[in-house]
Write a protein that binds this ligand. Structure first.
Ligand code: PHE
Length: 450
């Protein structure tokens, strides 16, 4: 039975929606690239340690707040520390999720456009790097198309979220997550069996420990936080729809395991494919997916099909993440303002659509918002820096400090140990939260300023 706020149908449902939030653009383009330049398998190893130690530690802290209170980030902190200002940090989480959605949705819109391009056969004629680069510039400089694709992605997100926690978000994740895994495995098998795949595998997985400096370790840690969607109130909100009987530690291991698996397998798709075409080099970020891979799709057998499936995979990964970003604000409006879910979703979706227009117009050198005066970056890149990078790290720091020193690990452990569950590593967890996660995130935040 769904209560008025909503709740997940089962523990598996929670694992799927939370993994859906975690698996996103960060896994498919960012992780493989980071591994490629930071020592291959050596980086993958550090990443796994970071995800399971720091990621799991902060995940447990955040989800415990959510489940203990059964509320959105603002009300949850008000409930735990009444008559203080701690709930302002909850409000910060709501703001970060909403603003991140406004530019993440723009990139998600590109994936939708590229899936349509691949399906329409745009990559089935012979293409070289210059042609594909121009194709992307033309695409991104088309203001009408950019806004349209962005609106379309937000509209799909709104349609899912307005149907509710169980009837919308959970239902979709139960269909899309298995499809995502199927596509992922299919594409990986295709990629590693391409002629010349071994060169890409060597680039990706050859452990080069000489490249593991402090900067590489820091990249692994920040990649882990971003990729797991912890620190901004998503796991808190999703945790608030959980039943007491679900074991958080177990859920966390599953979510982190699935997220890591998708990241590692994405690398098995990207690099073998990339290196089959002579002269292709691994580029960073959106470049890699939109400017480099289409060349490869135009050259390999069944490239049009392979390309369409690849962009479909990215669309699915992005959609389950945009849903989680919208849900945080919606849960606040539903609990706090007593709005109906329908009204909250449509109004917040409308706000996000307005907020995202400058980001949508800022790419491709159209001149609009493409170089903001202060940082010399485009609107989209500035949003990503302020709300994505800093906001995100700050959120993770706040969760660690709040649970580690204010709410106290003891209270969180009592929540984790509901219904007779014994949390064996509770001391290790409390120590990790206070004396590993907190200082490491603090150092990350400080060093990122320079
Ligand atoms: N975890 C997502 C990814 O890997 C990004 C994201 C961050 C999504 C924060 C929602 C919230 O792409």
């Amino acid at each position: 039975m769904e209560t008025s706020r909503g709740s997940w149908g089962s523990k598996t449902a929670f694992i799927l929606v939370a993994a859906g939030s975690a698996v996103g653009l960060g896994n498919i383009w960012r992780f493989p690239y980071q591994a490629g330049i930071n020592g291959g398998a050596a980086f993958v190893l550090i990443y796994i340690v970071a995800a399971f130690i720091l990621g799991l530690t902060v995940f447990l802290a955040e989800a415990a707040i959510g489940r203990a209170t059964g509320k959105n980030p603002v009300c949850a902190l008000k409930a735990l520390k009444p008559n203080t200002r701690w709930h302002w940090f909850g409000a910060m989480g709501v703001v970060i999720c909403t603003t991140v959605l406004s530019y993440y949705g723009v990139i998600a819109g590109w994936t939708l456009g590229y899936a349509a391009k691949a399906l329409g056969g745009d990559f089935s004629r012979p293409l070289d790097q210059a042609m594909v680069a121009e194709m992307f510039t033309e695409f991104a400089a088309n203001p009408g198309l950019m806004v349209l694709l962005f609106f379309a992605f937000i509209l799909i997100t709104v349609l899912v979220v307005s149907r509710g926690v169980q009837g919308g978000i959970e239902k979709l994740a139960k269909i899309l997550m298995p499809v995502l895994f199927l596509l992922l495995i299919l594409l990986a098998v295709r990629a590693v069996t391409l002629e010349g795949a071994s060169k890409g595998l060597a680039f990706y997985l050859n452990p080069d420990f000489s490249k593991l400096n402090t900067a590489a370790v820091m990249s692994a840690v920040s990649q882990a936080f971003f990729s797991l969607s912890v620190g901004v109130g998503i796991m808190l909100t999703y945790g608030s729809y959980l039943r007491r009987s679900s074991r958080l530690v177990n859920c966390g291991m599953w979510i982190i395991g699935l997220d890591t698996l998708v990241a590692v397998i994405s690398g098995l798709i990207i690099f073998p494919t990339l290196f089959t075409v002579p002269g292709m080099t691994p580029a960073q970020g959106p470049e890699l997916v939109f400017v480099v891979l289409p060349v490869v799709f135009s050259k390999i057998p069944l490239g049009a099909l392979f390309g369409t499936l690849f962009f479909l995979l990215v669309v699915i990964a992005a959609l389950t993440s945009t849903i989680s970003l919208l849900e945080v604000g919606v849960s606040y409006l539903v609990d706090n303002r007593r709005w109906s879910r329908h009204k909250a979703t449509w109004l917040l979706g409308g706000l996000v659509a307005l907020l995202g227009v400058p980001s949508a117009l800022s790419q491709g050198g159209s001149g609009f918002f493409s170089r903001l005066p202060l940082l010399g970056k485009s609107f989209l890149d500035t949003m990503d820096l302020v709300f994505g990078a800093y906001g995100y790290t700050f959120g993770a720091l706040f969760v660690a400090v709040f649970v580690g020193f204010v709410w106290k690990p003891k209270a969180a452990i009592a929540e984790i140990e509901q219904e007779g569950y014994h949390f064996r590593l509770q001391r290790v967890w409390a120590f990790a939260l206070r004396w590993i996660a907190t200082p490491v995130i603090l150092v990350m935040l400080v060093t990122s300023f320079f």
